[in-house]
Design a protein around this ligand. Structure first.
Ligand code: FAD
Length: 322
């Protein structure tokens, strides 16, 4: 099936900066040292998410990562087949200047994976996330990377306005990007929409509230899916904010300067794309999505698989879901 789209020509998207990648491979990893490891959600959160800061000054990552990129962690030990654990990727939660302003300390946002094993019904704990969450200051971590060359701020950040939409640890790259944009004093509109089940699960909530208080160009919105909103409004998912806060978000989405970034749990993009298609007039939808005419009329029937083919994001949409 072909995508005809409604834009006359394909938007190449904003130019992106050149990035360094794979300076450390799994065969030749670097060793980072933990400088902070703290819970970054509220008390009694339903999941445990920690902010982990790593000194990478002794590695090739030092001064060589950008906000939006990821790095790899190789947990110690071996899997059930006796093979060394494979690397897991973690989004960098720092701006390009790092936590220290010199690119020597990077951070990430780690969610402990804990559950009941689907088959054995025994406690299941993710290898790498629990390794990272249990680390103490001074502990060493085997790292690779950086990786990723697309989920980045554009080369000329001041030419754009930004809508960041996150769930869970998808907040990580946006913490770095928001801080970077605000520090650069670009005159851009920046809106972050963060979705979580409960208010206590919002990572970095106080930090984003403080940034919003200091920077009028930055708006921080939350969407709670399992309890009423702070203003008493009904439960909602991130995409519901697009309709509910139309006064803020409709002009942003209408602007040809705007870029949309989505990061978090796999599948979240579907609801956002459906909402964009429902709410925006056709020429504005075309800024963000190329929709096959065959599926244009029946938005409710869209599935996640279609996002690969019939409903493709344009280059003005940046997507990282896992
Ligand atoms: C680009 C990218 C960026 C990422 N950024 C981050 C980030 O910033 N923060 C973050 O926390 N994570 C991030 N991740 C996810 C991260 O890489 C790991 O996948 C995650 O931490 C889990 O790894 P683990 O070793 O703890 O779990 P593993 O030991 O690898 O276990 C996960 C596996 O177990 C299976 N599984 C899950 N639950 C159960 C269960 N109850 N019973 C049986 N099997 C189960 C899953 O299907 C999965 O295959 C990112 C991933 C990608 C691709």
């Amino acid at each position: 099936m072909t995508i005809t789209g409604r834009t006359a020509q394909r938007d190449p998207g904003p130019p992106l900066p050149e990035v360094k990648m794979h300076l450390h491979s799994p065969a030749e990893p670097g060793i980072a040292v933990v400088v902070a490891n703290e819970i970054c959600t509220g008390p009694k959160a339903s999941g445990i998410i920690r902010h982990l800061a790593l000194d990478v000054s002794g590695t090739r990552l030092a001064g060589a990562f950008r906000a939006g990129q990821s790095f790899g962690v190789i947990p110690p030990g071996a899997d059930e087949h006796g093979r060394p654990h494979k690397l897991r990727l973690y989004s960098i939660a720092s701006p390009t200047a790092g936590e220290d302003g010199r690119g020597q300390v990077l951070s990430t946002t780690v969610k402990r994976l804990v559950g009941e094993h689907w088959e054995t019904h025994r406690l299941f704990t993710g290898v790498s996330s629990n390794f990272l969450c249990d680390l103490a200051v001074g502990d060493r971590v085997t790292v690779t990377g950086p990786s990723g060359k697309r989920f980045l701020l554009p080369s000329r950040p001041e030419d754009h306005d930004y809508l960041f939409m996150a769930t869970g640890t998808g907040i990580a790259p946006f913490r770095g990007m928001v801080k970077e944009l605000l520090a650069a004093k670009v005159r851009s509109r920046i809106v972050l929409v963060m979705g979580s089940p409960y208010r206590s699960d919002l990572p970095y909530h106080a930090e984003f509230e403080a940034l919003e208080g200091l920077h009028p160009e930055f708006t921080y919105l939350t969407a709670l899916s399992r309890e009423p909103q702070e203003d008493g409004g009904p439960r909602m998912y991130v995409q519901d904010r697009l309709g509910r806060d139309a006064a803020t978000l409709a002009p942003l989405l209408a602007s040809e300067r705007s870029l949309v970034y989505i990061c978090g749990v796999a599948g979240m993009e579907l609801g956002i794309f459906q909402q964009l298609a429902r709410l925006l007039p056709a020429p504005q939808v075309a800024q963000y999505l190329r929709i096959d005419p065959a599926v244009e009329a029946d938005i409710a029937s869209w599935t996640r698989r279609m996002v690969q083919r019939e409903v493709q994001p344009t280059r003005r949409v940046f997507l990282e879901v896992y």
